[in-house]
Design a binder for this molecule. Structure first.
Ligand SMILES: NC(=O)c1ccc[n+]([C@@H]2O[C@H](COP(=O)([O-])OP(=O)(O)OC[C@H]3O[C@@H](n4cnc5c(N)ncnc54)[C@H](OP(=O)(O)O)[C@@H]3O)[C@@H](O)[C@H]2O)c1
Length: 264
């Protein structure tokens, strides 16, 4: 498999590192493109990696094309590359936020396999929750996208009509979880910890909580039951949080984000 990443900025670079660091990932050649390639010089010496500013050249010799440019740069890139795309050979994986498969098909046609992906910024540490959708032809190649993004976290195939919801839960979700971690750290400072230790306590407790669910497959309430003694301190704190609107505020925030994203 020969892969081209078109527009290697923050996201493209993280994906490239994920591919390069995954020893069982079997690729023949990785092409990395951007107009000014100086920021990619560190990768230049690696074997099976080619750094180019010529998108068409990179695509001509590849099978899998990942596009990681900004939304306002997508149209130009699609117009530029459409003449060298071959529907038998190429699959296009777009990582561009908010751009629908139908919009990409409008330029490239529906004969080409198109996969739309929505990773989050945790891709930089190999922990992205990445949602994937595809057109009819792209579905046949979805396992390739699962392998690429699986090397950088977890993947889920979803109906494209849920992509905006996924953007709120997973991409904006990073900000929501950060705020919950920050609030816990603020509470820890009030209870006597200095700020750095407070953040450490908050983030590792968050990581441990998520890991418990991932490993056990349990519902969150099952894990809550394990730490709530009748009449104890945990249930007292939890009930106070709920009376102050914790779950309601979170859900309302998610719905507000969703309403906003649909207006953008
Ligand atoms: N960062 C994330 O974690 C994340 C998560 C989910 C989705 N996304 C989406 O991923 C996309 C990229 O985000 P980003 O943060 O990586 O942006 P970025 O850092 O600005 O990267 C985009 C890159 O594209 C290159 N580029 C622009 N036009 C080009 C062209 N015609 N040919 C080749 N290269 C071109 C730019 O480099 P030159 O100017 O040198 O060409 C730039 O380095 C966005 O659509 C974003 O919404 C990002």
């Amino acid at each position: 498999m020969k892969i081209a990443i078109i527009g290697v900025g923050n996201l493209g670079y993280s994906i490239a590192l994920g591919i390069l660091n995954q020893s069982q990932f079997n690729y023949e050649q990785l092409y990395l493109t951007k107009r000014n390639t100086s920021s990619l010089s560190a990768l230049q010496k690696l074997s099976k990696v080619a750094i180019l500013s010529d998108n068409k050249k990179a695509i001509t010799d590849s099978d899998i094309i990942l596009i990681t440019v900004q939304p306002n740069q997508l149209q130009n890139v699609l117009e530029e590359i459409k003449t060298v795309l071959d529907s038998e050979k190429h699959t296009v994986i777009s990582c561009v936020t908010g751009r629908k498969i139908a919009e990409i098909e409008q330029v490239l046609g529906n004969e080409i396999g198109i996969i739309r992906s929505m990773p989050n910024t945790a891709i930089a540490v190999g922990q992205s929750m990445t949602c994937l959708s595809a057109n009819k032809k792209g579905i046949k190649k979805i396992n390739i996208a699962k392998t690429i993004f699986g090397a950088l976290g977890t993947t889920m195939c979803i109906d494209e009509k849920l992509m905006q919801s996924a953007t709120v839960i997973c991409a904006s979700g990073i900000a929501f979880w950060m705020r919950l971690i920050r609030a816990t750290a603020q509470g820890a400072v009030q209870l006597g910890f200095e700020a750095k230790k407070a953040q450490e306590l908050a983030m590792y407790t968050c990581l441990g909580s998520a890991s418990l669910l991932v490993e056990s497959g349990n519902h969150p309430e099952q894990e809550i039951d394990k730490v709530t003694t009748p009449s104890g301190c945990t249930i007292s704190g939890l009930n106070e949080m709920e009376q102050q609107g914790l779950s309601a505020a979170l859900i309302k925030g998610l719905v507000t984000s969703f309403e906003k994203i649909n207006k953008i």
